[in-house]
Design a protein around this ligand. Sequence first.
Ligand code: CS2
Length: 496
Amino acid sequence: MAVTLGASRLGLGALRRLPADARPLVRPGTVPAGVVHLGLGAFHRAHQAVFTEQAMGLAGGDWGIIGVAPRNAELVRILAAQDNLFSVSTLSAADRHTRVIGALSGVRLAAADPQAVVALLADPAIRVVTLTVTEKAYQLDPAAGTLRPDPALVADLTGDRPPTTVPGLLVRGLLARAAADAGPIALVSCDNLPANGRRLRGLITQSLAYAGTPQPLVDWVATQVGFPGTMVDRIVPASTPDTLAAARHALGVEDLAAVAAEPYTQWVIEDDFPGGRPAWDRAGAVLCADAGPWERLKLRTLNGVHSAAAYLGALAGCETIADALALPHLATVLRRLIAEDVANSFRPPEGVDVVDYGEQVLARFANPEIRHRTLQVAMDGSQKLPQRILHTVADLRAAGRPAHWATLVLAAWIRFAQGTSDEGHPLPLDDPLADRIRAALAAAPQTPAGAVDAILALDDIVPPEVAADTQVRADVTAWLTDLQTHGVPATLAGTT
Ligand code: CS2
């Protein structure tokens, strides 16, 4: 990316020149590291890094973050050149401000030096490992959470070469930590998986079994490693040249690692940290015994509705989620999805009204300053739909209720996977299971019922009770027929 001539670069030397309210709360280099974070993407920088910086600013503690990018060499180079500093611009129609975050005490590229990451995980100073690596990096089948290791992970688990996968790094790191007797640690999934703490524990225990790990080491992991579940929430689109321009304008210096996010942020964390943790509660996080109800609330309401807007919006030719929300009738359909389906599918946290929460979610999606692309949210549907929509369908049906609106979302995903928009433009199927999904659709009879049967038969994505439900099959087929025959606007109009 080109650096604008004339603007100097963000770094420790530039801090004095920043507007006072844009300066970091913590000066990198002055706080020893206590956290390793895997996955240095925009979401981490605008979420956990901000909470951790505020926690250190308010309550101290040696909780600097070593940020590990699995593969993004350019980002690591950029952050290193900026003394690990980056900015977060908070954007809404009412407000716009930018602040530099000083939570990172170092950055590493796992692909270049995996052993350095393994050594970090075995360092007694590191007591917390947080992860934002996206759903697919866990290599679990999305429906049941069973390990489906790809050849690279099999090699990591069964051979001696340096690990190349995230689960491989974690397993090697934990084994090195056990061997060094380096003390207890918490591994904290901050990805949008169902029961993410339990899924991560399952990933590690299944991986240890796959690797034939000796029992004492398995026991060490069972007793010394916490796997707190979390609910994470902040809308943080991928950065664009506009994001960098906004940061430059606010800071007066160039920040090539800048991110932009909505004002809203939330973090609910199960308090299971055997080696201690930053005072995230002082920074506004909710520490609790069971994040499950919060996680279901967020995955089904926010993320489920996000996916609905993404698929329907992309099919109708909308570039952003905010554009999709402006499609005639879409907001009404999403409100009905929330009130009639999502709200009846689970018990929300004490004191939370799902319909009110859903209204806030829709207002957040409509934020005109956040240009979140429908195609970004549409990515990796096979990894997302189980916890976002299919669990809603399964729970409604188990309670004897219809799943009318939720089946529309499934139909929209199938239509999206067929690869063309209403106007006949190609839509990219960016998904780790893309080949299987395409092959299943190609081999099926070229009718809506044929496509629905082919997708419902993908048993690593679709729970068996949903696949076997003839009413669900009929509803998805009816929606897909409408979408294929009439397109999104007429299908939505037909619901009123
Ligand atoms: C989105 C999420 O890309 C997606 O699939 O639904 O990244 C969403 O923006 C966050 O979970 C909000 O907390």
